[in-house]
Design a binder for this molecule. Sequence first.
Ligand code: NDP
Ligand code: GDP
Length: 341
Amino acid sequence: MMTMKRKVALITGITGQDGAYLAQLLLKKNYKVYGTCRRSTSEKFTSLKHLNIDKKISYCDFDLLEFSNILETIDKINPTEIYNLAAQSFVPTSFNVPIVTTDINSLGALRILEAIRISKKNIKFYQASTSEMFGKVTQIPQTEKTPFYPRSPYGVAKLYSHWITINYRESYGIHASSGILFNHESPLRGREFVTKKVTSTLARIKKGSNEVLEVGNVLAKRDWGFAGDYVDAMYRMLQQKNPDDYVIATGKTHSVKEFIDLSLKYLKIQYKWAGKGLNTRVIDINSKKTIVSINKSFFRPAEVDLLIGNPMKARRNLKWKPRTKLKELVKIMLDHDLEYS
Ligand code: NDP
Ligand code: GDP
């Protein structure tokens, strides 16, 4: 009888949102899962604990800035698949620390690809690319063929790792795929991102907190999906015979303002929008209090105004499609935040 060798996955950035959901998926598929993490003085296993998988993962002390450590990790654990999810992933921070962001987000991917090449092992590689590479969009909706025009050091750095992934595929025949993922959210999303900021703050306000939700450009539009759906696309990419690049998106776009509307409606807060420009605000009709206001400091030096992806290629080749609609995503996030925020 033929025995199937157990697949071994190395997930960089396992303490992040996607790392947690991907680990959950791969564990269900009986993978041996290794996750990388950096030493920290603060608790970082919250997401993995929340999914109750923190004890099922083997951890490696790992930093994308350290080449020898990447090489040694690969040598030691012999992964069959590497998912490079680690990144400095917050756009505003990339304006404040552009050089470190570039080292992690650009050279980090190159270091792994070099380690794979040098090791001569048969390892499949997934790179976490992003719709931020489309930036000031030149086509609507965006596909794998849309020209890139990044608008932040984050987007520029991710564009490098996208192309170096393609280059190593074409130069050395490495099974390296790049997933151009549009924004995806969940209860495990970092609190600085707009969706989680909105749901966690409004949930607290609903429970009686006196705070005001301060946001930036509410006119920006994003194609928001659910992270749990999107990690499945990453897995599918690495199961294909041939590596390739894929847009992963819902094909729908909504403004930040609409996201706030959906959240307020789900929370059954009676409200109205008032004012214009920087004076735009949301007033709670019952308490007469301002519960949402605009703060200039949350605007960016260069903005990405509109993102909307066309995931047809993924649908055709990977048989992948998004399952969770925005309204459902808002409900999932708010139900969680009403309990935990
Ligand atoms: P998170 O910010 O939640 O997680 C990022 C992870 O990267 C954390 O585990 C972090 O670890 C780790 N990390 C940061 N710097 C380093 C480093 N120098 N060495 C090793 N690990 C490091 O991101 P998400 O889970 O939301 O996103 C996953 C990937 O997908 C990222 O690359 C992101 O840029 C990309 N992406 C995300 C999208 C989204 O909408 N979520 C959209 C498109 C792309 P630590 O805890 O130590 O800081
Ligand atoms: P991004 O698309 O990866 O930058 O994800 P974010 O969730 O950080 O931002 C999405 C959009 O929301 C951007 O166009 C931001 O300018 C806009 N936005 C408006 N207000 C805020 C805010 O208070 N925080 C964040 N993070 N974004 C905001």
